[in-house]
Design a protein around this ligand. Structure first.
Ligand SMILES: Nc1ncnc2c1ncn2[C@@H]1O[C@H](COP(=O)(O)OP(=O)(O)O)[C@@H](O)[C@H]1O
Ligand SMILES: [Mg+2]
Length: 365
């Protein structure tokens, strides 16, 4: 436990009758870009506030670099927060904003100058040092807020929905900037967001939270491809669920009997037993849609179902199909990577085949 860099050990926080953070244990590595991802109200900010020292847990301990910091005041932990509203001083220039905490600590003048100039370079704002916050765009203010939080070399930087106030293009740009800044400073970043795209594009690992507890802690790819719960599967991206009971097993595979629909073959990597109820999650991009049935594949038990096209939504990068099969709504995506080659005009009310390989479904309990 203590050899991990940052540890939440069974941390619980209640507000009256509400348990905002419920027995959370997480270990974060030194230098990691770690995200807390979950819907609004699931306890992300409360977890960060306990790490920053602004809230005290009701039970559990928090360790940083081998030291128990649970009861340490905010200024005694080298953990800084970048707030969503930037919290810059409006009457100070950008340079003075960044220098503020170093001056407060009475650092030598030469050191302050060197550090602030390096920070301005890091956030690529050297030409704007003389400006006041009101003269900057949202993305620029965000970068200054980050520089200000980094200037006295914290061990951990906390970012609580830092991009929420920015528009989409700027958000995408800032994601790249954050990635670069993280690479350059090499300290641990903890990033809080309700946006799965942000979390997935930046993080070494992600903790998916739901009503105060961690549902799954994994890499982005694992969380997407192998969600541990129905909550994770539906929160991270779109998916189709087929609910049923395991009817038979055969080596690595099993058959799930989905009431009112059909039997579906799935990869049974967790060796679930006959009779167990499961949700099978099949991502839309894993489902192929064709006018002709798929050619038989030797040795493979492909799931093939007849379906009717109910809606076609052209999205540029892909087309999304809403299908009806056995009284069920199923969504499928067809990427346009080979637009001219496999152009098949599938349209409303067409009778089609939807099919996927058993390895492309994932069972969640
Ligand atoms: N100071 C507080 N007093 C009472 N309830 C709070 C307080 N802070 C947070 N909560 C509640 O705790 C839950 C988790 O909040 P929060 O950690 O802010 O969630 P998130 O950041 O994931 O949106 C919410 O239901 C919220 O209303
Ligand atoms: Mg929050």
């Amino acid at each position: 436990m203590a050899n991990e860099f940052l540890v939440f050990d069974s941390v619980t926080k209640r507000f009256g009758a509400l348990t905002a953070v419920d027995n959370v244990s997480i270990s974060i590595r030194k230098g990691e870009f770690f995200s807390l991802l979950g819907p609004s109200g699931c306890g992300k900010t409360t977890l960060l506030r306990m790490l920053g020292g602004f809230e005290r847990p009701d039970s559990g301990r928090i360790y940083l670099d081998g030291k128990d910091i649970t009861d340490a005041p905010p200024n005694r932990r080298r953990v800084h927060t970048v707030f969503q509203n930037y919290a810059l001083f409006p009457t100070m220039t950008i340079w003075d904003n960044i220098a503020f905490s170093l001056r407060l600590q009475k650092k030598p003048k030469a050191e302050i100058e060197e550090t602030v100039d390096a920070m301005l370079e890091l956030i690529r704002m050297s030409d704007h040092a003389w400006k006041y916050p009101s003269m900057l765009s949202g993305g620029q203010k965000q970068r200054v807020a980050i520089a200000r939080a980094l200037v006295d070399r914290p061990q951990v930087l906390l970012l609580d929905e830092p991009l929420a106030a920015l528009d989409l293009k700027l958000r995408q740009h800032m994601l790249l900037e954050l990635d670069t800044i993280h690479d350059q400073v090499g300290i641990t970043f903890i990033y809080v967001t309700h946006d799965q795209g942000e979390a997935m594009s930046l993080s070494d690992r992600i903790a998916v939270m739901n009503s105060g507890h961690v549902e799954q802690l994994d890499t982005a790819a694992k969380i997407y491809e192998a969600p541990k719960s129905a909550f994770v599967a539906s929160f991270i991206g779109d998916t189709n669920f087929f609910e049923g009971g395991i009817a038979s097993e055969d080596g690595d595979y099993c058959t799930i009997s989905v009431p009112g629909f059909a039997s579906v073959c799935a990869f049974n990597d967790r060796k679930l037993a006959v009779g167990q109820s499961v949700h099978l999650s099949v991502r839309p991009e894993k489902i192929r849609v064709t006018l002709a049935p798929p050619p038989p594949e030797k040795g493979a038990r492909i799931n093939v179902f007849e379906a009717t096209v109910k809606d076609v939504i052209y999205q540029g990068v892909y087309t999304k199909y809403w299908l009806e099969s056995g009284g069920r709504r199923v969504q499928a995506l067809k990427p346009h990577s080979r637009f001219l080659l496999d152009q098949e005009t599938i349209t409303w009310n067409d009778k089609v085949y939807m099919w996927w390989h058993p390895d492309d479904g994932y069972m969640v309990e």
